[in-house]
Design a protein around this ligand. Structure first.
Ligand code: FE2
Length: 468
């Protein structure tokens, strides 16, 4: 798999001395497995798989290209196998001996070829690493050994359904939910161990590396001395994190705190929290001013505030029931808004919301304060035609904007930075929450596989300048 759903990568040039800070849940490991070819599914498994095949063939075959594995898993997105640590040949020049670190990328890559609908976001998390040390480069690809991955690896077939593609429309949802319930009753999986894919992002926090997906807890991983990628376990921050966490926490490089949240289909639809410098998760701050399920994919921080984007993407039950579309959809009557809450708020009493019509950012690039703290600046790609986010990703366009909020007057101003189609922007992590100058972002080409360095906000410079 060449690209990820979020294409967020961790680049770090520090020494790879990763130490345990506690909090991993032991991964329920399956017994030693037989080669897949020699294992036979149990009788109940045969029945469940037969029903699965019936639904995939007669009730809900992949009708749309966005969930048709023939299209989704083609070209750049074709599945790849694991690759053990493999030394790369230096084709030209030499690697400086002072380089000591790794470039790591996360992305979805299905363990088994789908037998029915499959969306790009449904793949198991796979990490690709290039470790550079002692003038050698070592490449490695490993699945994140999530609970889902492990039980399905042992079974030899998929057990847990695809969240983005298996529940489009009422009848497919009812039938697949029934099969999933039957598998649960038969003891094929235990949802309390988490069913996440850890396929969305990577974060480096307190010297520990995490693979993240927003439907589960983070998985701690490490790069071994030989370049191998090891999954350490599901991380619960000393037992304090019991539910899911965003895949895009923001880490203040000066205070060593992580600012995070979770969201879901039931109230409270958004819950804010942080992890202190000692790795302890703080008390939840439920945000009851969110009145309906909404997609919150990213967060931004400044020195004083955390910023949430309440966009027009949420749940769309009417389309889901009547047309068989995705449960996730756009509410065109909703006005997008930005929520600003003090970083150390104990409740939402000081949270303020500012209407920003038509501003739908899935990712935030950075934010900071100006005018002595009276103005908040947020830089983020506003997704034009956001209604295509799930089903027609080829039609969305990320227009990077600088949004300014005057906290005294409540006035919001918007300044487009570029007309280019950009997203997945990252910055030098030492500038998180502070004004920065450079962004590294993907520009829209087939497969999102070009990354540009862009000069994002030279005040007098106008449009961004792109560098190869
Ligand atoms: Fe993302």
């Amino acid at each position: 798999m060449v690209i990820s759903s979020c294409l967020i990568f961790a680049v770090y040039s520090i020494k790879l001395i990763l130490f345990s800070i506690g909090g991993e849940e032991p991964i329920p490991l399956p017994p030693k497995r037989q080669p897949i070819s020699s294992r036979k599914p149990s009788f109940p498994s045969n029945i469940f798989n037969t029903f699965d095949d019936f639904v995939n063939t007669y009730i809900d075959p992949p009708r749309k290209s966005c969930v048709d594995p023939k299209y989704v898993l083609s070209n750049n997105f074709a599945p790849v196998d694991e690759l053990p640590p493999t030394e790369c040949k230096v084709v030209e020049g030499s690697l400086p001996s002072c380089l000591d670190g790794a470039y790591i990328r996360n992305g979805p890559n299905p363990q088994y070829l789908p037998r029915g609908p499959y969306h790009l976001f449904d793949g198991d998390g796979m990490l690709h690493s290039i470790k550079i040390s002692q003038s050698k480069a070592t490449f490695c690809s490993r699945f994140v050994k999530t609970y889902k991955y492990n039980i399905e690896n042992e079974a030899g077939f998929q057990i847990i359904p695809n969240i983005f593609s298996d529940f489009n429309g009422l009848l497919p949802s009812v039938t697949r939910s029934a099969i999933t319930l039957a598998r649960l009753i038969a003891g094929q999986f235990n949802p309390t161990n988490g069913v996440g894919l850890a396929n969305t992002n990577l974060a480096l926090f307190r010297g520990k590396l995490f693979a993240l997906g927003e439907s589960d807890l983070p998985y701690a991983v490490k790069i071994a001395l030989d370049g191998d990628i090891i999954t350490l376990g599901r991380h619960n921050f000393n037992g304090k994190l019991v539910k899911s966490m965003t895949a895009h926490p923001k880490i203040d490089p000066e205070t060593n705190e992580a600012f995070a949240y979770r969201y879901g289909p039931f109230p409270p639809f958004l819950t804010y929290f942080r992890v202190d410098p000692n790795g302890i998760k703080t008390t939840d701050v439920p945000i009851f001013s969110i009145k309906c399920p909404t997609l919150f994919h990213d967060i931004a921080i400044t020195k004083k505030y955390a910023i949430f984007s309440n966009i027009q993407i949420g749940m769309n039950p009417i389309k889901f029931i009547l047309t068989g579309g995705s449960l996730v959809g756009m509410n065109s009557r909703k006005i997008s808004r930005l929520g600003v809450i003090p970083r150390y708020a104990k409740d939402e009493s000081e949270m303020r919301w500012f209407d920003v019509p038509g501003f739908n950012n899935l990712h935030a690039i950075n934010a900071w304060e100006e005018d002595g703290g009276d103005t908040i600046v947020l830089v983020a790609p506003n997704i034009l035609s956001v209604e295509h986010t799930i089903e027609r990703m080829d039609m969305i366009h990320g227009c990077v904007e600088k949004v300014k909020i005057n906290l005294n007057s409540g006035v919001v101003s918007r300044h487009p930075i570029s007309t280019r189609n950009l997203d997945f922007g990252v910055i030098n992590p030492t500038y998180v929450g502070k004004k920065n100058k450079y962004v590294y972002a993907a520009i829209d080409v087939p497969g999102f596989n070009i990354v540009y360095a862009i000069n994002a906000w030279e005040e007098a410079g106008g449009d961004m300048i792109a560098y190869d």
